[in-house]
Design a protein around this ligand. Structure first.
Ligand code: AMP
Length: 550
């Protein structure tokens, strides 16, 4: 078993070099010198992961708690200020404090022992769990030399500060295994955990890297938002398909001989919550298939229900049978990631879809509504029809694109129904180019009911015809109250209806939110400023968006 000190010393060496190559060498050498199980752990530790991915939150130990334990152990409490002033980071402060102990313990901790103890801390639950966690941490730190304590602290607060990012660790792993980095990156995408990648390359037994199942979910491919169908055509070209975008929840279904297993977008297993999905894919169990799709909840008559209702099904572990009758879910498939045990993610999407359609034809499974449009106009008609039918929007997918797990690539684009808000123009910028001479970039504001003021939430110059630009410029100049650096402030009187795709978090605006893809759809002369939408309305919508990913 390798000593934890060897790991700590490698980290020390890392912080003394800036050369990427040298860093990769240092990590690769250490990983290669360890047995497979410890190499897995050391890889995770190197990027500040105390335990296997997905379980970190259970550790729940703050820097403040670590400092409290160390201060008590070493009597450093009243020197805290000096110590932190002298140290370059939190870990170093812990090291300096630990050196105040009467004597250094001999280095006895192994890498595996540190991980075992961290896992044990994470596993502590129930009454007084916090105090018990801290006591277990105190025991660990008592066994640690000062420099080991420094790195235990850094791992716990996930701030290694030695410059090794996940990307560089992949380079080091590639060196360790004498394989091209691209291959390692791909493995990482598929496996979703650095430790597991190291384990595979080093031939660790499957149980060594934590609770590995016979089948592991793959991160789902994600989509990039664009404003409309024309933009999708511009980005992908005409070789694309359009699919209905269902407002449900993503599921990845692994069809295995001994049953189906269902995973959520966040890779949580939800098999027991969705028995009807398991039953629906029963005809494919012999095919070793991985299916990608969306489930939506319906009422007993088959009408779609709101997303929140679906969430109830996902969280449910009891009374599933009753709920299954009241709120059945319907499965719509849109991709096939593996068939007959072979991965298809490097095949073109057009081929994957064709095989999906062949494989599911006789099984009574439903595919998502889809067309391969012959023209932009046909695509736009499909989009309009999708919105009219109540879909959230459409997905545009490049026919030739591969399936890139976990990546928001350019192969998949999403075009959603634009939502609208009525907002007030509070300022405008002088345009340039085609818009020269017009006030064109409009600063938009919503009403803040709390203080009665108007709060800016975005800007746009999109959506207006030349004539409307001219008209608005005249009207805004009549409302002008001042001008600085090309920005004309106006009396807030003009209300416009603004379409947008999402609300995003934004430090730029005081209210903390901003509109994405804002576009003016109408000048609302029929509305007064008092009738404009509020920050509260926006916040509610923003929060609704937040509950989406599972
Ligand atoms: P968003 O959650 O807005 O980033 O959109 C991406 C999500 O849309 C995916 O993760 C799926 O859950 C969902 N979705 C709905 N219909 C489709 C479809 N036809 N293809 C891919 N994803 C879809």
């Amino acid at each position: 078993m390798a000593s934890f000190l060897a790991f700590a010393e490698m980290c020390q060496a890392l912080s003394q070099t800036q050369s990427r190559l040298q860093m990769a060498e240092l990590v690769a050498d250490l990983l290669a010198s360890l047995d497979p199980v410890e190499a897995i752990i050391a890889a995770r530790f190197t990027v500040g992961r105390a335990i296997a991915q997905g379980d970190e939150s259970r550790l729940n130990i703050s820097g403040r708690a670590i400092w409290k334990i160390v201060a008590e152990m070493t009597g450093a409490a009243d020197q805290g200020e000096e110590i932190f002033a002298a140290a370059t980071d939190f870990g170093e402060a812990i090291e300096i404090a630990m050196r105040l102990r009467a004597s250094e313990p001999a280095p006895t901790l192994t890498i595996a022992e540190v991980e075992r103890r961290l896992n044990a801390i994470a596993a502590i639950e129930g009454p007084k769990s916090r105090a018990r966690k801290l006591e277990a941490l105190r025991e660990l730190l008592q066994l640690a030399t000062s420099v080991e304590a420094k790195y235990i602290a850094k791992i716990l607060i996930r701030e290694m500060r030695h410059g090794v990012s996940e990307g560089m660790l992949l380079e080091a792993i590639a060196r360790m295994a004498s394989k091209p980095v691209a291959e390692i990156r791909r493995l990482h995408m598929l496996e979703g955990d650095l430790g597991r990648v190291v384990g595979m390359l080093r031939g660790a037994p499957p149980t060594a890297s934590g609770p590995t199942a016979t089948v592991r979910p793959m991160k789902p491919m994600l989509a990039h938002p664009v404003a409309n169908i024309a933009e999708a055509f511009a980005a992908i070209g005409p070789e694309l398909a359009l699919e209905h975008k269902l407002d449900g929840a993503r599921v990845q279904i692994h069809c295995l001989r001994d049953g189906a297993r269902i995973f959520s977008r966040r890779l949580n297993e939800i098999t027991p919550s969705l028995p009807e999905v398991g039953a629906a894919v029963a005809p494919l169990l012999e095919r070793g298939a991985i299916l990608d799709g969306e489930v939506i909840a319906t009422d007993a008559d088959g009408h779609p229900l709101a997303f929140q209702e679906l969430m109830r099904r996902f969280r449910r572990i009891r009374e599933i049978e009753r709920l299954q009758n009241e709120q059945p879910v319907r499965l719509y498939l849109f991709d096939l990631l593996a068939l007959d045990g072979a991965l298809l993610i490097d095949r073109a999407y057009s081929e994957r879809f064709e095989r999906l359609s062949d494989t599911t034809r006789d099984a009574g499974l439903e595919l998502v509504g889809r067309i391969v449009p012959g023209s932009l106009a046909e695509g736009e008609r499909f989009f309009e029809a999708a919105l009219a039918a109540g879909y959230e929007g459409v997905m545009a997918k490049a026919l030739a694109s591969h399936y890139t797990p976990g990546v928001r690539g350019r192969g998949w684009l999403k075009i959603k129904r634009a939502k609208t808000l009525d907002l007030v123009i509070v300022a405008a910028e002088w345009g340039y180019g085609r818009r020269h001479g017009w006030l064109s970039n409009y600063h938009l504001a919503a009403r803040d009911e709390q203080n009665g003021r108007l709060a800016e939430v975005g800007k746009t110059f999109k959506g207006l015809t030349d004539e409307q630009f001219r008209d608005i410029t005249g009207r805004l100049l009549a409302l002008k109250t001042g001008e600085t650096a090309g920005i004309v402030a106006v009396r807030p009187e003009l209300v416009v209806e603004v379409a947008y795709s999402d609300i995003q978090r934004s430090p730029q605006y005081e209210c903390g939110m901003a509109l994405r893809f804002a576009r003016i759809v109408a000048i609302r002369d029929d509305k007064s400023v008092a009738e404009a939408d509020t920050i509260n309305t926006m916040r509610r919508e923003f929060e609704r968006q937040l509950v989406r990913p599972l």
